[in-house]
Write a protein that binds this ligand. Structure first.
Ligand SMILES: [Fe+2]
Ligand SMILES: [Fe+2]
Length: 287
């Protein structure tokens, strides 16, 4: 890809596709744990550079500041569909013919869930799951929007991808933030745990009054691979979290492996989604 093309991508998510391929490869079905590391070392240098920046800059202080800023929901009122269309202005121009746009990715995920006969709230969760990426359109850098998420304010698990990059995080040198529990109590529950900031936590917060609890878990933790794929951070979870993570695990393959199916016919599907959205949401919600 020429650098001339890259300059057109400034408002985009240049590493998004590489990241998705990277994660899909990392968690390819049937792969055992020893293979994860081999894959990491050979991974795309852009993905590695992305994680280097993400792990370095997602400090507890940064997360608290962003939660305060965005969880106040003062970025305007929009309907769910308006939010989807807004997100759709985020286009990966590097390969417009073969890549799905944002709405197509959302619908491909939700349609795969629908085909398997899951409940309506889960289909809707599929459609909502990446709407928080509008953080990019608010001007957030991609290391604060996408990528694996992890708890901040306590020791980093080596199950988080590229754990060696955490050494550059200022929190790494604060002993009280590096004990197993850090600022948390044993099995305090994930709702008390601050996760690295990103689109997952934001969308879960935006829809928290409208969607059922398992859907909120799916949304909030869909990029928390260290926990839902590798079982890390159980020491911060309650038995209820563990139970709810069964839903997160159920959701993950639809996000990861629905690519490659045919493009959804957005126009034809729109009436179905308008009904589905109206079943759970008022005309407009705060973002
Ligand atoms: Fe996502
Ligand atoms: Fe996604």
């Amino acid at each position: 890809m020429s650098s001339a093309v890259t300059t057109h991508e400034s408002a985009l998510l240049p590493i998004e596709d590489q990241w998705e391929e990277f994660v899909a490869g990392r968690y390819k079905e049937g792969k055992d744990e020893s293979e994860y590391r081999i894959y990491d070392e050979k991974s795309d240098p852009r993905v590695a550079a992305f994680y280097r920046e993400n792990h370095q800059k997602q400090t507890l202080a940064f997360v608290l500041e962003k939660e305060k800023e965005y969880y106040a929901l003062n970025k305007g009122e929009r309907s769910i569909w308006e939010a989807a269309e807004f997100l759709n202005t985020l286009v990966d121009e590097s390969d417009p013919d073969t890549d799905l746009n944002q709405i197509e990715h959302l619908m491909q995920t939700s349609e795969a869930i629908r085909r398997d006969g899951h409940p309506r709230w889960m289909i809707l969760a599929g459609f909502l799951h990446d709407l928080g990426k509008c953080l990019c359109l608010y001007g957030e850098p991609q290391w604060a929007v996408v990528g694996d998420t992890f708890p901040v304010g306590c020791a980093y698990s080596d199950k988080v991808v590229f754990p060696e990059y955490f050494r550059a995080n200022p929190d790494f040198n604060v002993p009280e933030l590096q004990t197993q529990y850090g600022i948390y109590e044993p099995n305090c529950g994930l709702d008390k745990v601050h996760m690295s900031f990103g689109h997952d936590g934001y969308i879960a917060h935006v829809v928290r009054d409208y969607m059922p609890e398992p859907a909120l878990y799916m949304l909030r933790y869909h990029s928390f691979y260290a926990a839902h794929r590798q079982g890390a951070y159980g020491h911060l979870m309650t038995p209820h979290d563990v139970e709810m993570f069964e839903w997160v695990k159920k959701f993950n393959p639809y996000d990861l492996y629905s690519k490659g199916h045919t493009k959804p016919d957005v126009k034809a599907l729109l009436p179905y989604y308008e009904d589905l959205i109206a079943e759970f949401f008022p005309a407009k919600i705060r973002w």
